[in-house]
Design a binder for this molecule. Sequence first.
Ligand SMILES: [Zn+2]
Ligand SMILES: [Zn+2]
Length: 363
Amino acid sequence: MKATAAVCRVQGEPLSIEAIDVREPQHAEVRVQIEFCAICHSDITYAEGGWGGQVPAIYGHEASGVVESVGIGVTDLNVGDRVVVGLLRSCGGCYHCVRNEDHLCRGQFPDDTPFRDDNGLPIVRGLNTGAFASATVVHRSQVALIPDDVPSDAASLLACGVLTGYGSVITTADMAEGATVAVIGLGGVGLSALQAAVDRKASRLIAVDILDSKLEVARRYGADILVNARTENPVLAAREATGGIGPDYVFVTAGSAPAIEQGLAMLRRGGTIVMVGMPPTGMFTELEISNVSDAGQTILGSKMGSGSFARDLPLLIERFRAGALDLASMVSNVYPIEEINEAIAEVNAGSVVRNVIEMPTAQ
Ligand SMILES: [Zn+2]
Ligand SMILES: [Zn+2]
């Protein structure tokens, strides 16, 4: 089928809007007409070359849409089903999948991109998803049904940012109820972590960012202490907010070394720091080992909130319905695909939580 896509021809340069062809779904695959795709920092890191990868490529991995057709072996989805589409892909049978670690799946999948450009040349399906397009083909495990009462633009956020942030608190850390919490970095992931901490009845909730506009959103979500790291020392502020002890949990969603260092410095003795943000390859931080062992601290890595589409999407939808998860106010702006480069520039400037691209209808 024909579709419109934002194609990365040269990393570091603007995406080009092109007519493409999207092949039919094969075994265990689904072809989805994408309705909305949010811009995640991972898309930008790839588009700027921060993680390498081949071009031309179509990025985009935080999407929602409608099932257009299904391949052989897909028996639990129907044409017309509304779905969330994301990059988490699990084979169900590898070392990790059989241990309920879908997010770490190392299964083998056919490396057969669904995209061809105007000249019939292949375009890489970036992040295994390629959802900056009005249609894509993904593995069955990369889609999850969404009910009619969840709006499609907000639902797209469930695929990555919300799953990652919420999951880092609920699944990776399995945060104890009533704990004191700091969240460093208040993009879509950080604000989702914040909402999960509220859901787990955090007794003190410290929000750290460098933009007052994002701190204001955090306050509306229930943060008690707002710290602008440009004008205030977050370590001192977090200590002060917790009676000099430091937070029980620190969730670092900003993909930066200073944020990790601040998180470790503010964490209480015996506390848990969760590294959620994904910096570009080659970023390091120094760690005084004796500080961590002597203080009995725990360091956790959270890949995609240790998430699983099959297990976690129903839970997130249940929390949305219960009013515990506000998705709508995380959607800052909706842009047509022709304005995707402007939308990316806004995300890069840090001035928005999530910009969402609305796709034209694929034919
Ligand atoms: Zn993402
Ligand atoms: Zn697997």
